[in-house]
Design a protein around this ligand. Structure first.
Ligand SMILES: Cc1cc2nc3c(=O)[nH]c(=O)nc-3n(C[C@H](O)[C@H](O)[C@H](O)COP(=O)(O)OP(=O)(O)OC[C@H]3O[C@@H](n4cnc5c(N)ncnc54)[C@H](O)[C@@H]3O)c2cc1C
Length: 527
């Protein structure tokens, strides 16, 4: 993907069928689905692809065992259907980008006989709902079997555990892969382009065009489209009100924090689900690449960009780690961390008088503003991004374009890097390019079948095979590739989302910054 080419496509297209505002998982998914249905689509984001919530998740592809528990306790059929749909999507997400996902084994520690029975029944039900899409069988484990899997667990009070399976994804790169696939199918995709103002038809208030600002060149331009889609997650209300000042806010944000710990805290491949914190949440401790990811919290917050991890969140999360892990983990062992805002839809809120709401499933909602015809897709989660895109476009065909429905095919679309993927090809990378096993495996997992392209950059520049940091497998060629091929514009685009080094190790990432700035040519991190 080349940004200059994308800008030229934008400037030479008179009118798009669809303009999508927001390139997180939801907006990217819509752009891909629309392009696959043959629509002329443009996708913009004022930040980077997955620059906000979509790179700050717990990185689980799941139906949500907690939601299932609630569905059963409250006999809530809608909630139950949502878990079932998410579990079906889990298989699709795993299949369409095998390099960026993996099945994940998790255990729920139990401290007495009854907990063992309760969680065994719960997890069997979770597995039963997923039907033929079940990853593997859940099972009750004795204390010894549990400690064999996770020897770092506190043994004293442990009675048994229940083992079950979900999926894990590299969220920032998964979003990028969706964007790359959309671009390959003809979508125009642009990061660092902000929606500023709509022009409306004076008679009926219907949206005609959108003024946007390229935050890199600071130039303004106008996008004409038949339909404008608001996929701005936590920021959805600002775009809704930009389209129709009479609409009332419908999004509340809930803050979630994570910390990253070194692998020595939990060396195996199995994650821990803490099913109930003192305040009724769940917390995960998950092997994440070469580290351990711990999170998340859940509390009401104000809307802001790039919320920072706070000290009280570090302390809170470590308190739970230390309740479950034998060897005390201290604050100075935290290597990194991040916080994000969940876009929660206030389902009970009265919608504005002029808004016609189409409720597709409880978890997300497609709203068409009757006056401006802005289509807003709100709520949802990473796992259901593709369903959200499908529901949005199906609704647009029938309610806005009033055209015969073109069938959604995204379920079978393998994403960029996932085509003919075979992880074992890491061995060829060693033979062809002489990189270490560590780097070769890392490149396969980040770039899939395009790992070779990253290494081709080293053909005449051996220096690009050098590590960015001695403690991590990343090589310099990845920085060049991110800037040349993946539309990375700022240091955070490179280190946080293309490589993911900043999420793994803040100190190593700081050290790598000067090289990234050298490749970028100018320091762009301010935009
Ligand atoms: C802590 C936490 C943990 C989570 N864990 C999981 C999990 O494990 N599994 C799961 O399935 N889900 C999880 N989720 C939920 C999931 O991450 C979100 O539902 C999903 O990422 C939302 O994606 P989105 O595209 O709707 O929003 P976002 O990713 O926030 O994207 C919206 C985009 O709109 C852009 N934008 C805003 N205003 C403008 C404008 N004026 N012009 C142009 N662009 C604009 C923003 O820059 C942003 O990139 C988690 C969420 C949080 C916060």
């Amino acid at each position: 993907m080349n940004r200059q080419e994308q800008i030229e496509h934008l400037q030479t297209t008179k009118e798009f069928d669809i303009c999508v505002i927001g390139a997180g998982a939801t907006g990217a998914g819509i752009a891909l689905d629309a392009a696959l249905r043959g629509l002329k689509v443009v996708l913009i984001d004022k930040n980077d692809f997955a620059g906000q919530t979509s790179s700050k998740s717990t990185k689980l592809i799941h139906g949500g065992v907690r939601y299932l528990e609630q569905a059963v306790k409250k006999l809530d059929w809608e909630q139950f259907k949502m878990v079932r749909k998410s579990l079906r999507e889990r298989e699709t997400l795993l299949k369409n980008a095998p390099h960026l996902t993996r099945p994940l084994a998790l255990i729920t520690p139990c401290f007495n006989f009854f907990e063992g029975i309760y969680y065994t029944i719960g997890m069997k039900m979770y597995e039963w709902i997923s039907g033929s899409q079940s990853i593997a069988k859940s099972e009750w484990l004795s204390k010894k079997e549990t400690l064999d899997l996770i020897p770092e667990l506190k043994a004293k009070r442990l009675s048994s555990s229940v083992l079950y399976y979900d999926g894990q994804l590299d969220d920032a790169r998964y979003c990028l892969a969706i964007v790359q696939t959309a671009a390959a199918k003809g979508a125009v995709v642009l990061n660092h382009v902000q929606a500023i103002k709509f022009s409306k038809n004076e008679d009926n208030g219907r949206l005609k065009s959108l003024n946007v600002r390229d935050l890199v060149s600071e130039e303004d331009s106008v996008i004409k489209a038949k339909v404008f889609i608001n996929a701005t997650g936590p920021f959805a209300d600002s775009i809704r009100i930009m389209a129709n000042a009479k609409l009332k806010s419908r999004i509340k944000v809930s803050r979630g924090a994570h910390v990253i710990l070194p692998r020595e805290v939990m060396k195996g491949d199995t994650a821990i689900l803490v099913p109930k914190t003192d305040d009724g949440r769940v917390i995960f401790m998950i092997p994440w690449q070469d580290q351990v990811l711990v999170g998340t919290t859940d509390e009401a917050d104000e809307l802001s960009e790039n919320p920072k991890l706070e000290d009280y969140e570090r302390t809170y999360l470590l308190e739970y780690v230390n309740r479950y892990i034998e060897k005390t983990v201290t604050l100075d062992q935290i290597k990194s961390g991040f916080a994000g805002l969940r876009p929660l839809l206030q389902a009970q809120l009265q919608t504005a008088m002029n808004a016609d709401t189409k409720s597709i499933v409880r978890d997300h909602e497609v709203e068409i503003d009757r006056r401006s015809k802005l289509v807003s897709i709100m709520g949802g989660k990473w796992t259901t991004y593709r369903l959200m895109a499908k529901d949005t476009l199906d609704t647009i065909y029938t309610e806005v374009l009033k055209k015969d429905l073109v069938k959604c095919t995204s379920e079978h679309q393998i994403l960029h890097g996932g085509e003919n993927y075979n992880f074992e090809d890491w061995q060829n990378l060693i033979v062809q390019y002489g990189v270490s096993e560590w780097t070769a495996k890392h490149l396969m997992k980040k770039y899939g079948t395009h790992a070779q392209k990253v290494l081709q950059l080293t053909d005449n520049q051996d220096d690009l095979k050098n590590l960015l940091s001695p403690n991590h497998p990343f090589i310099k060629a990845e920085v060049v590739y991110a800037v040349n091929e993946e539309m990375a514009i700022t240091t955070d685009d490179v280190l946080e989302r293309r490589l993911g080094l900043k999420l793994r190790d803040e100190i190593a990432s700081k050290v790598a910054e000067s090289y990234v700035e050298e490749v970028l040519g100018v320091r762009m991190s301010k935009i």
